[in-house]
Write a protein that binds this ligand. Structure first.
Ligand SMILES: Nc1ccn([C@@H]2O[C@H](COP(=O)(O)OP(=O)(O)OP(=O)(O)O)[C@@H](O)[C@H]2O)c(=O)n1
Ligand SMILES: [Mg+2]
Length: 400
């Protein structure tokens, strides 16, 4: 079934064709269409040079003209349109030193990583399959296009991509391909860390991640990954049957929970993660630790940002499978919370200073508010000025 995005993509291809240019769907979108999987981004390869593409369409964003790539906006969708190309040598293993644009799709497909990613499809749904990609899709095999050693030295990220695809699709890696991966694996160290993080994020979100992790172990490719290279025991401590984790913050929390010796901040720095991922990992770990001592309660759901509830539940499924799923309980508890934040407390710092007029300002103010907050959230005291004042009189703060 062609999605709306595909139908809009067909119109882009149709328009290029009507200007006498060849154009095809290529890469992951063709693979995923044939596998009946949800389609991510749609890539189009064309014989038209980037300048021509810019002339043909109204809305074109020149994201990587030097590599022949522009983004065409059509019907509110984005299409990465790339001119057929043959890459030159890769001195930095990331950007080819030169890109030669060619007029045929064959050469373009030849430079791609795996047979299952080297399929092209024209606007009538006719597939161009020069390397047995369809057969490999049927047989569930990941195999390089041509010589594996060459493909992996061109871009060693492809080694991790092979493992990522096995974890996403449940495919086995062809024997020669696997050998070539082992030959080139040391070069993974030279890759930009963000690129590795992107692929490993997709691996851990894969439905068959245990297969991918098995490959990481068997090939010892994990010895070339940030942090894991220095703590090789970590990978072996991973639970045997993991469930997919949909964000890298969850994955960091998983690793930190099984190996607390490595601080979260070290993961974040070594894997070049965003602040958002860092916050997510910290919140999830705090919640897991609290859960270990107290189980689920209102304080846990109050402290944990609700966007992380399902991630927390996924970690519970790993570490406390008998308690899974816990998200419904969390959602029920959050609806019953007496307050949503500190601001809702019936007493604030100014009130506290009125109660203790002699006391100087200091950390005691914040500490007292925090204690009140927890008592109220846990339902041990009612959130009224009177009861909070009474509680303070019975539990006078240490003024500091
Ligand atoms: N190191 C790489 C990265 C990409 N490609 C080619 O570029 C296509 C698009 O790359 P990308 O979007 O990164 O991967 P997809 O295969 O599309 O997977 P996803 O669904 O995750 O986007 C791939 O299918 C593959 O043909 C490649 O040959 N070598
Ligand atoms: Mg893609």
């Amino acid at each position: 079934m062609l999605t709306e995005a595909f139908l809009a993509g067909k119109e882009v291809i149709d328009k290029l064709n009507s200007h006498n240019h060849q154009a095809f769907f290529v890469g992951g979108c063709v693979r995923d269409l044939l596998l009946n999987r949800e389609i991510g981004d749609i890539d189009i390869a064309t014989s038209a040079a980037p300048k021509m593409v810019q002339n043909i369409f109204d809305k074109v964003i020149p994201v990587g003209i030097e590599h022949g790539t522009v983004i065409v906006r059509h019907k509110q969708q984005s299409f990465e349109v790339t001119t057929f190309r043959v890459d030159g040598k890769y001195t930095d293993q990331r950007h080819p030193d030169e890109v030669t644009f060619v007029s045929a799709v064959d050469k373009d497909l030849e430079r791609r990583d795996f047979t299952i990613n080297a399929l092209a499809m024209d606007m009538n749904g006719k597939i161009i399959d020069l390397f047995g990609g369809k057969k490999d899709l049927q047989q569930k095999v990941i195999r390089t296009v041509g010589d594996g050693y060459e493909r992996f030295t061109e871009d060693p990220l492809r080694i991790i991509r092979a493992i990522r695809f096995s974890g996403q699709l449940g495919f086995f890696i062809d024997h020669d391909t696997l050998q070539a991966m082992e030959q080139v694996k040391k070069q993974i160290k030279n890759l930009a860390k963000e690129r590795i993080t992107q692929e490993i994020t997709k691996l851990f979100a894969g439905s068959y991640l245990n297969l991918g992790i098995d490959y990481l172990k068997r090939t010892e490719i994990y010895k070339n990954l940030p942090i894991i290279a220095q703590y090789p025991g970590i990978i072996h401590k991973l639970p045997k049957s993991l469930k997919p984790l949909y964000s890298f913050g969850e994955t960091i929390a998983l690793f930190h929970y099984i190996e607390p010796q490595v601080p979260i901040i070290n993961w974040v720095k070594a894997w070049k993660c965003s602040n958002k991922i860092k916050q997510e990992a910290i919140q999830l770990i705090d919640a897991l630790r609290y859960y270990q001592e107290h189980q689920i309660d209102k304080w846990l759901v109050y402290q944990l940002d609700s966007v992380y509830y399902s991630g927390f539940d996924r970690l519970i499924s790993i570490f406390h499978p008998e308690d899974y799923p816990i998200e419904p309980t969390m959602k029920k508890l959050v609806r019953e919370l007496p307050i949503q934040s500190k601001k809702d407390l019936a007493l604030n710092g100014n009130h506290l200073m009125e109660i203790f007029p002699e006391a100087p300002k200091g950390p005691w103010l914040k500490n007292t508010i925090n204690r009140l907050e927890k008592e109220v959230v846990l339902g041990r005291i009612i959130n009224t000025k009177y009861t909070l004042k009474e509680w303070i009189r019975c539990n006078p703060p240490e003024i500091n």
